[in-house]
Design a protein around this ligand. Structure first.
Ligand SMILES: [Zn+2]
Length: 504
């Protein structure tokens, strides 16, 4: 295995070559039971407690297709503008691997349930790029192996391996693009935008939570280069199981630079799978890639073909949600934000939480401000996603309400949010427990203002002389005296009033 790789600069690579990508995304469906048996798909159970003779591949056991799995596959196909097969079969993909107890994976081969579609994705500058979809097919996940001992966590060098078959048989949909050409230097950005858009679509359909950090959605990045002006694709590499949007972009970028280095020095690209490494942003060689014939596909004899009626397909089509890109464009208008801001909101996974916060009574600007500011920061620090924070959209809406009614200022609101996140209760309970109301008692404020003026005679003199800007120092003194619990605008008014100066 090579540990160091020579690269050429990204710019030089793109000056000589055109990248061609193919993206294969696996989505774990959120069905209650597995694809071909009644075992639970619930996460976090004892290893091997959610298995049965069928998903363990015992002789004589018979699989049955999960109808919800088929329905989800059709919904995904329709949302990707695909044609839906009138009749299709499952196929056995034969290969031996310890995490696959049947020694074959039940998949689909030349008869996918959905084919010939597209997904429009929006790039950072607002430009829309159409990614053509080759197919979406149904299959099942493998079990999970844990290699114990050894430094890398991979099988080489491990002392022994543990196998958990709870995941074996969980429904997967594999979505395969046609070759993506013509993206040029933006190929890595297109890859990222495609996976981001697909994730939004899957979530909108409600067929999976599509959480990449939990492996519910993972992307294989196929990449090849061809010399500028050439028509024949180069040999591709396949970087497997990339599991974040950022990593998808980095993996594509790295492979462009690596391929260019190999080709420019007269070398040949080997068709192989590669592993992506988060820490270095690089890929290393995996195994030499099998061709389809190595898998000896044949139709699965134990399952009846899937023949969805046209009525059912049309019913599912009629029930599709608004396309995420169209929805974002609509929300962008409603919220009055730029394309770039909307992109940040999308990347932060904040669209649904902001929508829910607005529905709970907040105005758009405030909802956006808190989720993209304070809460995004907090999520980042704790390595959580926004929806995992222990604050609800309704609670954030309540905080914005307290701010707009003048009961809280921003500084106090931040403390309230901090309290809610720390488990101290609802916003109102935190306000109560921490004593965090804005001091609106004019008597107390006036006393604090008098004190600040008396304590800073020089500043007061300047203000009297017309230097209104100097009032900031006195406002600061009052805010300090009230532990930040005064309304700064009102304090300034009082100071100017006392000193007989009018603003402006
Ligand atoms: Zn089972």
């Amino acid at each position: 295995m090579t540990t160091t790789t020579d690269l050429v600069s990204y710019e030089d690579a793109l000056a000589s070559y055109d990248p061609v990508m193919g993206l294969e995304v696996h989505v774990e469906l959120g069905t209650r039971t597995k694809m071909f048996c009644g075992c639970s798909t619930e996460l976090g159970a004892e290893p091997n407690s959610q298995t049965c003779p069928t998903c363990l591949g015992m002789p004589g056991s018979l699989p049955v297709v999960n109808a919800t799995g088929v329905e989800s596959a059709i919904k995904i196909g329709l949302a990707l503008h695909c044609e839906i097969a009138e009749w299709c079969r499952f196929a056995r993909k034969n290969y031996f691997y310890p995490d696959m107890p049947k020694n074959f994976q039940t998949s689909q081969y030349d008869e996918p349930i959905a084919f010939n579609g597209y997904l429009d994705v929006q790039l950072e500058d607002g430009e829309v790029f159409r990614v053509e979809i080759e197919r979406a097919h149904m299959e099942e996940d493998t079990g999970k192996s844990t290699h114990v001992g050894g430094a890398t966590g991979r099988i080489h060098g491990a002392l022994h391996s543990l196998l958990d078959y709870n995941r074996a048989g969980i429904p997967l949909i594999e979505i395969v693009t046609k070759p993506i050409e013509g993206a040029g230097e933006r190929a890595p950005e297109v890859a990222r935008a495609y996976v981001a858009e697909l994730r939004e679509l899957i979530k909108a359909l409600g067929v999976s939570e599509a959480r990449m950090e939990m492996g519910q959605m993972r992307c294989d990045v196929n990449l090849s280069l061809m010399p500028k002006g050439a028509e024949k694709f180069g040999t591709r590499s396949e970087t497997k199981n990339v599991n974040s949007l950022r990593s998808v972009e980095r993996a594509a970028r790295f492979e462009i630079q690596r391929h260019a280095a190999v080709l420019s020095s007269g070398g040949t690209i080997i068709q192989e799978t590669r592993h992506f490494h988060e820490d270095t942003g690089s890929t290393t060689s995996g195994r030499v890639k099998e061709e389809a014939e190595d898998y000896r596909y044949f139709p699965e004899p134990d399952l009846v073909p899937v023949a969805p009626s046209r009525e059912w397909v049309e019913e599912l089509r009629a029930g599709l949600p608004e396309q995420p890109l169209a929805r974002r464009n609509r929300l962008r208008e409603e919220w009055g934000v730029s394309a770039h801001d909307m992109q940040s909101i999308l990347n932060a996974g904040a669209i649904d939480t902001i929508v829910a916060t607005i529905e709970a009574g907040a105005d758009a600007a405030s909802a956006r401000k808190w989720w993209m500011g304070e809460l995004a920061r907090s999520a980042n620090e704790s390595g959580k996603s926004l929806e995992d924070l222990s604050i609800t959209p309704a609670q954030v809406a309540r905080v914005t309400e307290l701010v707009s009614s003048g009961d809280l200022n921003d500084k106090l609101a931040r403390q309230v949010i901090e309290g809610v996140l720390a488990g101290e209760g609802t916003p109102d309970e935190v306000v109560e427990k921490r004593g965090l109301k804005v001091v609106s008692d004019e008597g107390a404020l006036t006393a604090a203002v008098d004190e600040a003026i008396a304590g800073n005679p020089g500043v007061a003199e300047k203000i009297r002389g017309g230097k209104v800007a100097a009032a900031g120092a006195l406002v600061g003194a009052v805010m300090k005296a009230t532990r930040g619990q005064a309304d700064a605008a009102r304090v300034k008014e009082l100071i100017l009033e006392k000193l007989g100066v009018s603003e402006g």
